[in-house]
Design a protein around this ligand. Structure first.
Ligand SMILES: Nc1ncnc2c1ncn2[C@@H]1O[C@H](COP(=O)(O)OP(=O)(O)OP(=O)(O)O)[C@@H](O)[C@H]1O
Length: 316
């Protein structure tokens, strides 16, 4: 498999008025051609810093990063021609322009010959599902439409790698789904995609491989199935029950990561991790009767979110 990104012992410090902030420390990973590669981690973990370095917007302070075989430090021009990026919640659109005018503007910046622009714009706006809105002013667009317009803009230079930093942030469920479908379509066309997101279901749906990053270090890399399997030891349950002793349940030391969803008080669905691995199903049902009446109790499949929460539990 062809490596399109190689990151070796990458580090980045930021100078602060009081000392130095280490945003990345000895980060190692690679990305293969055609992959959707997810970079997941809590706020401040170092995702954007990594993406800024790979898109040549920021220099590393140690280590090495190569994109398409070129070094981000001294071969940035060769990289820039072949990649593109969209930052989530990006504003940079000119509301008074129509979608077509906006695209013409960027085609000119990218030095696309005039005679080719019209066909290219029609094709790209159709690809991102904006054919119906080509002559509409951008200030009338929904956030999802704007985000898809950004992606159309990013495709003008026919990038081999597309970096999407939280592309669905702030989008409604339909807008987010359209964007996810677009990511799948672009991936199907052979574009390598580097994605950051805080939505674990989205990462699970889209990514071939995922890296968990915390405190500037990669803590785990694998495909979503492998990552979920790494948490097979977790004892996760879901119960439907009436609860009369909510506080007692919340304070119980045997029960971790408790989520309580109200159906209609006193009826709840609860999700939790049982610390006591020895407790059998019947014993657990009995144990839960300390807090109310149990109608249904079942073991729960491990989701990517469960794995993420487990791996990030020591992040401050
Ligand atoms: N220009 C800067 N100056 C100083 N510190 C910075 C700068 N940019 C980022 N940092 C710090 O570096 C760390 C990593 O930030 P980064 O933006 O890469 O995290 P992130 O994972 O993208 O977070 P988020 O999910 O919130 O976008 C954070 O502690 C952040 O405060």
């Amino acid at each position: 498999m062809e490596k399109v990104i190689e990151v070796r012992d990458l580090g980045r410090n930021y100078k602060l008025s009081k000392g130095i902030k280490t945003a990345l420390e000895k980060v190692n990973f690679e990305v293969y051609k055609g992959e959707v590669f997810g970079l997941l981690g809590p706020n401040g973990a170092g995702k954007t810093t990594t993406i800024k370095i790979l898109t040549t917007l920021l220099l590393p302070t140690s280590g090495e990063a190569k994109v398409l075989g070129y070094n981000v430090v001294n071969e940035s021009n060769k990289i820039r021609d072949q990649i593109n990026f969209v930052y989530g919640g990006e504003r940079g659109v000119y509301g008074r322009l129509t979608a077509v005018e906006y695209m013409h503007y960027f085609c000119t910046l990218y030095k696309i010959p005039k005679r080719k622009q019209k066909e290219m714009i029609t094709e790209l706006l159709s690809l991102v599902g904006l054919s119906e809105s080509v002559n509409q002013k951008i200030h009338m667009f929904s956030k999802g439409m704007i985000q898809r317009l950004h992606i159309a803009r990013c495709l003008i230079n026919d990038p081999k790698i597309l970096f999407l930093d939280e592309p669905t942030i702030g989008l409604d469920p339909i807008g987010a789904k359209l964007l996810r479908d677009l990511v799948k379509e672009l991936s199907g066309k052979g574009i390598t995609i580097i994605l950051t997101t805080h939505y674990m279901q989205e990462a699970d749906e889209l990514c071939n491989r995922i890296a968990f990053i915390k405190n500037g270090k990669i803590s785990l890399i694998g495909d979503p199935v492998h990552i979920k399997e790494s948490c097979n030891h977790l004892n996760l349950y879901e119960a439907t029950m009436s609860i009369y002793e909510i506080q007692k349940l919340e304070k119980n030391e045997n029960i971790n990561n408790l989520e309580i969803e109200e159906i209609k008080a006193p009826f709840y669905t609860i999700r939790f991790e049982m610390k006591d691995m020895e407790m059998k199903h019947d014993q657990l049902t009995k144990y839960l009767t300390n807090f109310g009446e149990v109608f249904k109790l079942q073991k729960r499949e491990i989701s990517l979110e469960d794995a993420y929460i487990h791996h990030m539990k020591d992040v401050g």
